[in-house]
Design a protein around this ligand. Sequence first.
Ligand SMILES: [Zn+2]
Ligand SMILES: [Zn+2]
Length: 228
Amino acid sequence: MQAYVEALADLFYPQWCIACEERASDVLCRACFDALPQIGGPTCDRCGLPTAFATPVCERCKNVDFGFESARAPLRYEGVGKEIVHALKYHGYTRLVEKLAAPLLSEALRGTAPFDAVVPVPLHRARLRKRGFNQAALLARGVAGQINAGVSDTLQVVRNTRDQVELSAAERRANVAGAFVAKARTRGRLLLVDDVLTTGATLGACADALVRDGGAAEVHAVTLCRTC
Ligand SMILES: [Zn+2]
Ligand SMILES: [Zn+2]
């Protein structure tokens, strides 16, 4: 009887919320959807940090040379935002990208000029083999579909980097310096995509490679979450 009821419920609620693992009719249940840590309101125009008033550059980023022109993120890296990144990174849910992440990313880009190509931050070959997919590539494909741009897989990791979790901002920059190359020329205005922005070191090293090897005119970044 129990199994029958569950099978019936599966017909109407065919999945589980990726954040709390309760049964849900969509990728997130209503409560987790309402708890999305959305970055609404004013932000720094340069780095996307939430600020009291809209500003072209904030206190936090005014002395930082990112290597990219601007960064945007729809979510803070906390709570349900963190759960979503986790689900994406370790399970590669494509439904999550289509239904939730891609619309959030394109919403965060609203008002920006069109991009010539969307470029995912690459994973090192060994990591890609182990994981089976690159979560940044899934996000890049999702957002490219929403903004009508092509995807370019021009970036490659040429040197494996350490896990950055324990590293300071300066250590992160040193860790990723020269770790990326662009194998093909990809000119124009490019959109770099990753799952999380922390210090911007990885995105910066990727942007450097796109300008140096690829001949990009300008590089902008979008990530699903950012630390605030
Ligand atoms: Zn939930
Ligand atoms: Zn800023």
